[in-house]
Ligand binder design. Structure first.
Ligand code: ZN
Length: 157
């Protein structure tokens, strides 16, 4: 019944709440990550503009065809419809990504960026550079658990 004096050396829990956000990247490193995220954000905004232009072109092309001989363009209209659907989906994907990038900037601002939400260890730099929006360590992604030594590795065991 007694669980009063638990020796912490004997208890090896995988998720100790106390370990949350005891580590973080330095301000200098956070600014480097911010630059990566902002570059990514600009690229995504460019992509979004391009996709919206394409959608507009597809929509106005359809309207132009409405006034032409309709039956001659039936096949093309079908493929244009598919193209439009695809463009919509791409726009949604980029919008989702932009939200996640904004969340990442938020984490930079409150200095929690790069900390694994599962265990509170620092996410490997290479992983953050490759997937700037990530909130999970590579170890967690690959093995579904965080490393016992607290060091995230892209290729670990
Ligand atoms: Zn983790």
């Amino acid at each position: 019944m007694s669980n009063g004096n638990v020796n912490t050396d004997e208890v090896t829990t995988e998720k100790t709440p106390r370990t949350f956000i005891t580590v973080r990247y330095s301000d200098e490193e956070l600014e480097q990550f911010r630059a990566v995220i902002l570059r990514e954000r600009n690229n995504s905004l460019d992509e979004l503009r391009m996709l919206k232009d394409r959608l507009e072109d597809l929509t106005s092309a359809n309207r132009a065809e409405d006034s032409m001989v309709y039956s001659m363009h039936m096949g093309e209209q079908g493929s244009e419809q598919i193209e439009k659907e695809k463009t919509y989906q791409q726009i949604n994907r980029v919008n989702d990504y932009l939200v996640k990038l904004d969340d990442a900037i938020e984490r930079i601002n409150n200095k929690t960026y790069g900390v694994c939400k599962e265990c509170g260890i620092l996410i490997a730099k290479e992983r953050l550079l490759a997937v700037p929006i990530t909130t999970q360590s590579a170890s967690y992604k690959i093995h579904k658990r965080c490393p016992e030594d607290g060091i995230d590795r892209i290729i670990g065991r």
